[in-house]
Ligand binder design. Structure first.
Ligand code: H2B
Length: 96
C-alpha cells in the first residue's frame, strides 16, 4: 500500500477524528485499557493481522489489560504517514 508523509496540518485534521490519540515524542500515541489480559491479547492479535496485511507495524507495550501504542513510520525517519492514521483508526474500530 502506498505510504506518504503527512503535513502537520494533515496530522491535525486526522487527529480530529481520533479523539483518544495525541502526539507524544513525535509519534501518534494512545493507551487502551481492556478488562483482562485475554481481551487485550485478542485485540492485539486482530490488530497484528491487519498490520501485517498493510505491512505497517505498531510499537506497543502490554501490561495485563493495558496496551500503550506509538505509531510512526520508520522508513520515513519516524514521520507520521497515512498508514499510521489508517492503523490508528483500525485499532479504535477493533477496540469498540
Ligand atoms: N512499520 C512501520 N511502523 N513503519 C515502517 O516504516 C515500516 C513498518 N516499514 N513495517 C515496513 C514494515 C518495511 O520495513 C517493510 C520492508 O515494508
Amino acid at each position: 500500500m502506498a505510504r506518504y508523509k503527512l503535513s502537520d496540518k494533515d496530522v491535525a485534521s486526522a487527529l480530529a477524528e481520533l479523539p483518544d490519540w495525541e502526539i507524544k515524542d513525535g509519534k501518534l500515541h494512545r493507551t487502551y485499557k481492556f478488562d483482562s489480559f485475554a481481551t487485550a491479547m485478542g485485540w492485539m492479535v486482530s490488530v497484528a493481522i491487519f498490520a501485517d496485511k498493510i505491512d505497517h507495524h505498531p510499537e506497543w507495550c502490554n501490561v495485563y489489560g493495558r496496551v500503550t501504542v506509538d505509531l510512526s513510520t520508520h522508513d520515513m525517519d519516524n514521520a507520521i504517514s497515512n498508514l499510521d492514521i489508517l492503523l490508528a483508526k483500525k485499532m479504535d474500530s477493533l477496540a469498540a
